[in-house]
Ligand binder design. Structure first.
Ligand code: SF4
Ligand code: SF4
Length: 99
């Protein structure tokens, strides 16, 4: 049976939950970071749709704080690829985890 989609009003925008949203599993990603390449530009942390990444407290050889996966967000990556697409230094990439 096709479930009725819901209309949401979020900050003045109208969007709807896709029909039968619950029936389709979300993709899951595993993040790989090369800390020595990261220059802390924070593009990936700002554009990740699930806020999976953050600046770490460690320091790499160039004096930057490389990104890391936030605690509690280890399973939140949906393998959208935004972080690897936007990173100017090829310091991060994602692989999709087969479920
Ligand atoms: S692949 Fe997408 S969801 Fe996963 S960490 Fe990168 S930007 Fe975030
Ligand atoms: S986009 Fe790349 S260089 Fe910039 S903070 Fe993220 S991993 Fe580091």
């Amino acid at each position: 049976m096709i479930k009725e989609s819901k209309i949401n009003h979020d900050q003045g925008n109208i969007w709807r939950t896709p029909v039968n949203y619950e029936r389709f599993p979300k993709p899951k990603g595993k993040i790989h970071i090369f800390p020595e390449r990261c220059k802390e530009c924070n593009y990936c942390t700002n554009y990740c749709p699930n806020e999976v990444l953050e600046r770490s407290t460690s320091v790499n050889v160039y004096g930057y704080h490389p990104v890391r996966v936030k605690k509690g967000k280890e399973d939140s990556c949906v393998a959208c690829g935004m972080c690897q697409t936007i990173c100017p230094d090829f310091a991060i990439f994602v692989t999709e985890v087969r479920q």
